[in-house]
Ligand binder design. Structure first.
Ligand code: SF4
Length: 470
């Protein structure tokens, strides 16, 4: 059977004002995971509109589209297009789970929640000619899932083709997070078998990995075994974790020994009131600076995530946040305008208070203000958001933050990583256009080599040379 799998581009990804590199990082792992349940005889065409022109002049028997909030309208157009051509169209993903009635208008079948249990059932039903209208995930397990169809991924089009997910969900329940809505009706956090995760890692070429798990350190027993198994594999990797997991026990040391070199950390806000509003208990009364220092002592770079617009934020929040980031040598910062995604607790609260201003999902991109703010006007919030990005990434601040590290190598790595990420847009665009993005991977691996945090670097000459060549 001919099967088309599509990840439609997020609205902002196709705008001339946005950064193409941001949307050329990771391949569509979710679709490649589902593809593993199809038969080897099926003819699968997997297309990611972020990195390629869609071919929509075909007429496959089955079309599978992954829907996020800011690609929803585009996904629906594609679904309507293929249904008009006689294809059977199924829709799944975060947005479909949040708003199934909306999505169902454009699909023959919709999927609610993760698809590991429901997609194989759908395929069986479809082949027998009796597919259902809705599949609702209830059994949550990653045991015995077939290997991801990585052969369908066009590796050369991505900066980070070796992305991997070894858990699903997260043990926490922040009110602005999509996660609870997506996993409602079953387990909200579960892991792969460690041996399966290690086998998947082993299959990936090169050294670099990017774990896309919401919280890589979320299950201590699993993460400990994973990192033990990874020692000696000569990998360098990036991932995400919470402040409390960095401060607790010695898991972060184990991660560093296994090759962790950069971590996405959800600091989100410094205000205890805001943390309470967001049910972000795991950050409450935690010493952010201590967490940062611990990561730096292990040579781990930090991508800090910060949210603006929670009810306790005032006009100074932008400067406070940027200054803290520079002062604490945060390598890269990701700022967001608070966004109440449909299906979240935050959306329900704001809706009951009459604070939701628009249901144009294209605007739910964490750059626009879609709700009634409290202490800031919408303009102050968006102006402050853009100011924070601009200010944090001035050469002056990149230099200042780099110089806060103790070792010369860490200073250099910080400078190259932060500057490289934000200051060379034209080069990134050229690499994307010429389909050479993946050739920069050795440079990334070079920047992610191990740092010993001595004032006097104990680097081998070869290691230092490889860094300086970047
Ligand atoms: S810690 Fe992160 S992934 Fe987990 S619920 Fe909160 S925002 Fe979501």
């Amino acid at each position: 059977m001919k099967v088309k799998m599509i990840l439609p581009a997020l609205t902002e990804a196709e705008s001339p004002f946005w950064r193409p590199i941001k949307y050329s990082l990771f391949p569509p792992l979710g679709l490649a995971t589902l593809a593993a349940y199809l038969s080897p005889d099926d003819e699968i065409d997997l297309q990611d509109q972020h990195v390629e022109q869609l071919n929509i002049n075909d007429s496959p028997l089955l079309v599978i589209i992954q829907v996020y909030i800011t690609n929803a309208y585009r996904a629906y157009q594609l679904a309507d297009h293929y249904r008009a051509r006689g294809s059977y169209v199924i829709l799944g993903g975060l947005h479909v789970t949040s708003l199934p009635f909306e999505a169902a208008l454009h699909a023959d079948t919709i999927f609610i929640g993760p698809g590991e249990d429901t997609f194989p059932q759908f395929l069986k039903d479809f082949r027998e000619g009796r597919p259902q209208k809705v599949y609702n995930s209830t059994i949550r397990t990653l045991e015995k899932i077939p290997p991801i169809r990585r052969d369908l991924i066009k590796r050369h089009l991505y900066l980070v083709p070796n992305s991997i997910v070894v858990t699903r969900g997260c043990p926490h329940h922040c009110t602005f997070c999509y996660k609870d809505a997506f996993f409602e009706g079953g387990r909200t956090f579960y892991t792969q078998e460690v041996d399966d995760a290690l086998a998947e890692i082993d299959r990936l070429p090169g050294r670099h990995l990017y774990f896309l798990d919401d919280h890589l350190l979320g299950n201590t027993r699993f993460a400990t075994s994973l990192f033990d198994g990874m020692r000696g594999m000569n990998r360098v990797f990036q991932g995400a974790a919470t402040v409390d997991s960095i401060l607790r026990g010695d898991l972060i040391e184990k991660a560093a020994e296994a090759g962790l070199r950069s971590l996405f950390v959800g600091f989100e806000t410094f205000s205890p009131e805001n943390l309470k509003q967001s049910n972000k208990k795991q950050n409450l009364l935690k010493d952010y600076t201590k967490a940062v220092n611990r990561l730096h002592s292990l040579g781990i770079m930090i991508n800090g995530s910060f949210v603006f617009g929670l009810d306790n934020d005032d006009k100074d929040v932008f400067k406070r946040t940027v200054d803290w980031g520079v002062q604490n040598a945060i390598t890269t910062s990701t700022y967001h305008v608070l966004t109440p995604y449909p299906g979240t607790q935050l959306f329900k609260e704001m809706e009951s208070e009459g604070r939701i201003l628009t249901r144009n999902w294209d605007l739910y991109d964490t750059r626009n203000v879609v709700y009634e703010t409290k202490n800031l006007t919408a303009k102050e919030l968006t102006d402050g958001y853009w100011w924070a990005y601009k200010e944090f990434y001035t050469w002056n601040n990149i230099f200042k933050a780099s110089m806060k590290h103790e070792s010369h190598t860490h200073k250099l790595k910080h400078f190259l990583y932060s500057g490289g990420w934000k200051k060379f847009e034209a080069i990134w665009n050229f690499l994307i256009k010429t389909k050479n993005l993946n050739n920069t991977l050795p440079m990334l691996e070079g920047v992610l080599t191990k740092v010993r945090n001595n004032k006097k670097d104990t680097y081998s000459t070869a290691e230092t040379e490889s860094l300086l060549q970047i």
